[in-house]
Design a protein around this ligand. Structure first.
Ligand SMILES: Nc1nc2c(ncn2[C@@H]2O[C@H](COP(=O)(O)OP(=O)(O)OP(=O)(O)O)[C@@H](O)[C@H]2O)c(=O)[nH]1
Ligand SMILES: [Mg+2]
Length: 329
């Protein structure tokens, strides 16, 4: 009986082919099992997939047990979000990190100067955002394990060098990388996307080295990115553009910052808590006092468009820069 494999299955199979690490192979095999047509003609294939999956899971578990370290696992810390950089060699990734954080990175005018992830904290006003530098990608090479870092992050910052000889080519390399691994939707998303949905990641294209750009190249990039992801531009020689970059990242991270206030005390408008947009007062209480959250009675709020100290219920949806005073039973 013919297997009649679906486009979704083939997409998962392509993901397996591109997988560099065991974890990535496991994700792809699980998707292949999920999308393979279930009938007599695929019985053998299904059994084979299950066998391979179980072997890889055992492998992965024993690697973890023996203390095998994943070089590309970057702990998140307490920042408002984790942003991983993606780009072809020399596209200016490390320079952005060097100019927007206190991290020490190697910046060089030769390719492949970065060989592992380097995190740093970039501030958007008072919101810390973790920016992670990455080795470059090429059509031929991606560091094994690197994909795992992109899977875990909140935003992929796609660096596109405006001084490159062919700006279209570097865009194609990044686009292929993102599509083949299902970080973004395929070109004509008409297949059932639901099984791949959890793999999608928000992306922001950052055109770098604008001070070296040839006339017209930024517009070419704008046209290329238009239907795929939002775009911004920057240069390490234009500090305002780096501030704008931090702002654009903050917008896409879709978070709100909340200042907490103790009853009877002035609010300290620094070190805000950050929560996903749409979070409630109760979510904040969980973040502040996990054990006490259930005892939350109400909150008082100071913010735009509110009476100072107005009382709000637990399910009030927080707005950026709200000042909140939590009251417990
Ligand atoms: N004029 C100009 N030069 C830049 C800018 N950003 C980076 N560069 C230069 O471009 C070269 C490459 O920069 P890196 O930041 O090392 O590039 P990278 O993407 O980290 O490179 P790999 O780690 O090899 O992938 C260096 O010589 C930088 O000084 C910029 O905005 N303007
Ligand atoms: Mg680098």
């Amino acid at each position: 009986m013919p297997a009649n494999l679906t486009p979704e299955y083939k997409r998962a199979e392509e993901m397996f082919r591109q997988a560099g690490s065991t974890e990535e192979k496991i994700t792809a095999l699980e998707l292949m099992l999920q999308t393979i047509p279930k009938h007599k003609g695929t019985d053998h294939m299904q059994a084979d997939l299950k066998r391979r999956l179980s072997k890889l899971k055992t492998e992965s578990a024993s690697k973890k047990k023996s203390g095998g370290k994943d070089l590309f696992h970057v702990p998140r810390g307490t920042s408002g979000g984790q942003v991983c950089m993606l780009g072809t060699p020399n596209s200016g990734k490390s320079s952005i990190l060097a100019y927007t954080t206190h991290a020490h990175v190697q910046v060089a005018d030769y390719p492949f100067s970065t060989i592992g992830p380097v995190p740093g904290i970039m501030m958007h006003e008072d919101v810390p955002i973790q920016l992670v530098d990455m080795p470059p990608i090429t059509p031929e090479h991606v560091e094994p394990g690197q994909i795992g870092a992109y899977r875990q992050c909140d935003l992929i910052l796609v660096n596109l060098d405006l001084s490159a000889v062919d700006v279209t080519e570097e865009w194609e390399v990044c686009l292929d990388f993102l599509r083949q691994r299902n970080f973004i939707l395929p070109e004509n998303p008409k297949q059932d996307e639901d099984v791949f949905k959890h793999l999608l990641r928000p992306c922001l294209a950052a055109c770098t080295k604008t001070d070296l750009a040839r006339p017209g190249d930024y517009e070419v990039m704008q046209e290329l990115c238009a239907d795929t992801m939002p775009m911004t531009r920057c240069s390490i020689h234009e500090p305002e553009s780096l501030k704008q970059l931090a702002f654009d990242i903050f917008k896409i991270l879709d978070i709100v910052r909340i200042y907490s206030k103790l009853p009877g005390k002035e609010a300290e408008l620094k070190d805000p808590f950050t929560l996903p947009c749409g979070s409630t007062v109760f979510d904040l209480a969980l973040k502040v006092h996990r054990e006490l959250a259930e005892n939350l009675k109400f909150a008082r709020i100071w913010g735009e468009g509110k009476y100072p100290g107005q009382q709000v219920p637990r399910d009030y949806i927080l707005q950026d820069k709200d000042v909140i005073e939590l009251h417990f039973h």
